[in-house]
Write a protein that binds this ligand. Structure first.
Ligand SMILES: Nc1ncnc2c1ncn2[C@@H]1O[C@H](COP(=O)(O)OP(=O)(O)OP(=O)(O)O)[C@@H](O)[C@H]1O
Length: 307
């Protein structure tokens, strides 16, 4: 892929707040046109600080960011009409109705969608006449999303789009984001929800303390990690009796955990050993690494490999 096919690019981008605290310590990634890219990370990892650089709300203290081939801060006039932004906290006048709010926004947007269409997209059609202050938290998030979509953006930035939504609202939002992607929109979202990243993102990056620790497709991020086999041995049998190749096990009394990059082989060997020795493996559980494990390893600070 050539660099002009990337619509979002960050190259060694850093962000330093007043007082000298460096919240983003040099991130590099790119997002291709029509891709959904998720930035994952614990609270304070630097996701919002990074996205704000891409939205042109701040300038990197070092490194570069480009959106649609432009510097989003210096060339804001070129970039702003082509992007949609859903911030973590929208904040609109609470006395206006939903329709009035969208209409007001549409007045400042070139080529805006019809108000009714924007509301239908996010499932707020039936709430059009309700005052914003009477909306639930989840409905306010959907109104935020409607405003971000008003100008039919080529690039959509979603900062925790499903926070505060119930399970159904979350799934509706995912479906809408997929439809937008299928229509050619590029989406960069931040999220705490691993399931959201796993089901929605074409590629993702996990941030920790201002930098990207790992990145790739959800399958790549998990494939790089060992699978896990857990079981308990009966009384009188110790982990030392396991075949040599399986002894890299951790064990605590009867409970054994084997971490392996060759799940099928290790499991086969274990089951063969159990049959030959007549040992019953209680609570046997074998699973490939999940995104959740990758995330938790990173969030606990045990994972420090950079990309
Ligand atoms: N205006 C600011 N001035 C100083 N420090 C800030 C400012 N905004 C954020 N920070 C700090 O920068 C770090 C990264 O914050 P940021 O909001 O980017 O993280 P995040 O990954 O988006 O977290 P969350 O998931 O909680 O939204 C945090 O330590 C935060 O306290």
């Amino acid at each position: 892929m050539t660099s002009d096919e990337y619509v979002i690019e960050a190259d060694g981008a850093r962000r330093c707040y007043a007082g000298g605290f460096e919240a983003v310590t040099g991130v590099t990634f790119s997002v291709a046109r029509g891709e959904i890219f998720a930035l994952l990370g614990t609270n304070g990892a630097g996701k919002t600080s990074t996205v704000e650089l891409l939205e042109g709300l701040a300038r990197p203290s070092d490194g570069t960011v480009r959106v649609l081939g432009h510097d989003p801060h210096r060339e804001r006039a070129a970039v702003r009409p082509r992007i949609g932004v859903m911030l973590q906290e929208g904040g609109f006048p609470s006395d206006l109705t939903v329709t009035e709010t969208v209409r007001m926004w549409a007045g400042c947007t070139t080529g805006a969608r019809p108000v009714g269409e924007a509301l239908e997209l996010v499932g707020l059609g039936a709430r059009a006449g309700v005052r914003v202050k009477q909306l639930s938290g989840g409905e306010k998030r959907r109104l935020d999303l409607a405003l971000a979509l008003l100008g039919r953006p080529e690039v959509l930035f979603l900062d925790e789009p499903s926070t505060g939504l119930d399970a159904e609202g979350r799934r509706d939002t995912w479906e809408l984001v997929r439809q937008l992607r299928d229509g050619g929109t590029t989406v960069l979202l931040t999220t705490h929800y691993l399931e959201e990243a796993e089901t929605l993102a074409d590629r993702l990056a996990i941030m920790y303390q201002g930098r990207i620790v790992t990145a790739g497709t959800p399958a790549e991020v998990t494939a790089a990690r060992p699978a896990r086999i857990r079981f308990a041995l009966p009384h009188g049998v110790t982990a030392g009796q396991l075949p040599l190749s399986l002894r890299a096990a951790e064990y605590d009394g009867r409970r054994v955990e084997i971490r392996t990059r060759e799940l099928q082989e290790a499991l086969g060997e274990l089951l063969l050993w159990a049959r030959e020795t007549g040992v019953r493996l209680e609570g046997l559980d074998a699973r490939s690494a999940s995104l959740e494990e990758a995330f938790l390893d990173i969030a606990s600070g045990t994972e420090t490999v950079g990309v």
